[in-house]
Design a protein around this ligand. Structure first.
Ligand SMILES: *Cc1c(COP(=O)(O)O)cnc(C)c1O
Length: 365
């Protein structure tokens, strides 16, 4: 068996010890005589798995009392509809900060339910930076302010938590949740699909402040009403049981690595290694590789770059594949190369990529 270094943006690489444990427990979970996939979600075994995963997640992020953690389905794109349905209440407008493809998707969906007000946009920079907080034009009557904390496609990430006053701050954190410590108390609601930095696709995590519950529009599907989901311990209907089990193993793995402080240190080290290689390429070697993202907005999770000669992109990717460095193709909207280096990507994977980039540059520079 050969495991590759998988740079996929999502579904993405998982920690190998997690996959090994899941394999070992596939036919018989801890003496139950069955796979987790075969268990009733209301039986004692899965109830314990669920409680364990929820407790570990809360502990990792130090989620304060007064916040609910919901394990749902529907993905982040589902939440783009579910959040406005649940949070609008009597209000009619939502503030958005437009930082790229995912925030645009959020705005398009919310426009079905509310007036969308663009408080700030990075469109004029080609989505290469996060608009400075001082430039945001916030509406004090907005139901909430929506941001995307890490734009997975463009490769820009917030380096700060914006202060938006008393209006609740809502963040799509699909691609950087659990990558570093987080002050949950600064947010009204945080959501994300699991398949980037947590576990398998199918699990969607929502952290919501309790005072925001109970405002759902009458059209809200019952299974997506946060109050109902919270009151039923995320078991109003069948939750994505196997994805929750794997996520629980990932939470345990993060604890074993030293928690989110250790994750942040490792992620910073990996990102610095890759961005240094790009900067050195630009400075010393005539710049075969270029990244357009403003330095202070560079994503630690999704490193996007281009080959100056676009015709070299295909051979670069083919050579990477041949070396077991896979799924590096940039998103079709932006092209180029994207290296997604979430928690589960080891430093050795980034070192291998940087070594290959130097080799490619020596051959083509
Ligand atoms: C991947 C991603 C999405 C889409 O999530 P789905 O789970 O496919 O709905 C939305 N937002 C961000 C920031 C993402 O990275």
């Amino acid at each position: 068996m050969t495991r590759v270094y998988n740079f996929s943006a999502g579904p993405a690489a998982l920690p190998e010890p997690v996959l090994r444990q899941a394999a070992a427990e596939m036919l018989d979970w801890q003496g139950s005589g069955m796979s987790v996939m075969e268990m009733s979600h209301r039986g004692p075994q899965f109830t314990a798995i669920m409680a364990d995963a929820l407790a570990r997640f809360r502990a990792l992020l130090d989620v304060p009392a007064g916040y609910e953690v919901l394990f749902m389905q529907g993905g982040a794109l589902g939440e783009n509809a579910v959040v406005p349905m649940n949070l609008l209440g009597q209000r009619s407008s939502i503030d958005f900060v437009d930082t790229g493809e995912w925030s645009k998707k959020s705005m398009q969906e919310a426009a079905k339910y509310a007036r969308v007000h663009v408080a700030a946009s990075a469109a004029d920079s080609g989505y290469t930076r996060i608009p400075a907080r001082e430039t945001w034009q916030l509406d004090p009557e907005a139901a909430y302010v929506h941001i995307c904390s890490n734009e997975t496609i463009g490769g820009v990430e917030y380096g700060f938590t914006p202060d938006v006053g008393t209006v609740p701050l809502v963040a799509d954190m699909s691609s950087n949740i659990l990558s570093q410590p987080l002050d949950v108390s600064k947010y009204g609601l945080i959501y994300g699909g699991a398949q980037k930095n947590i576990g398998p696709a199918g699990l969607t995590i929502v952290i919501v402040r309790q005072d925001l519950l109970g405002r759902a529009l009458p059209i809200t599907p019952t299974a997506f009403n946060y109050r109902v989901v919270a009151d039923n311990g995320s078991m109003y209907n069948t939750p994505p049981t196997y994805a929750i089990y794997i996520a629980g193993l990932v939470f345990k793995w993060i604890e074993d690595q030293g928690g989110l402080v250790a994750m942040a240190r490792r992620n910073a080290e990996k990102a610095a290694l890759l961005y240094d290689a790009l900067d050195r390429s630009a400075l010393e070697r005539g710049g075969l590789f270029v990244t357009h993202v403003a330095r202070e907005c560079r994503s630690r999770m999704n490193v996007t770059f281009h080959l100056r000669d676009e015709a070299l992109t295909a051979p670069f990717l083919a050579g990477a594949d041949a070396r077991g460095l896979v799924q590096l193709k940039g998103h079709r909207v932006v092209g180029g190369v994207r290296a997604s280096i979430y928690n589960a990507m080891p430093l050795a994977g980034v070192q291998a990529l940087v070594a290959y980039m130097a080799e490619f540059e020596a051959a083509h520079g």
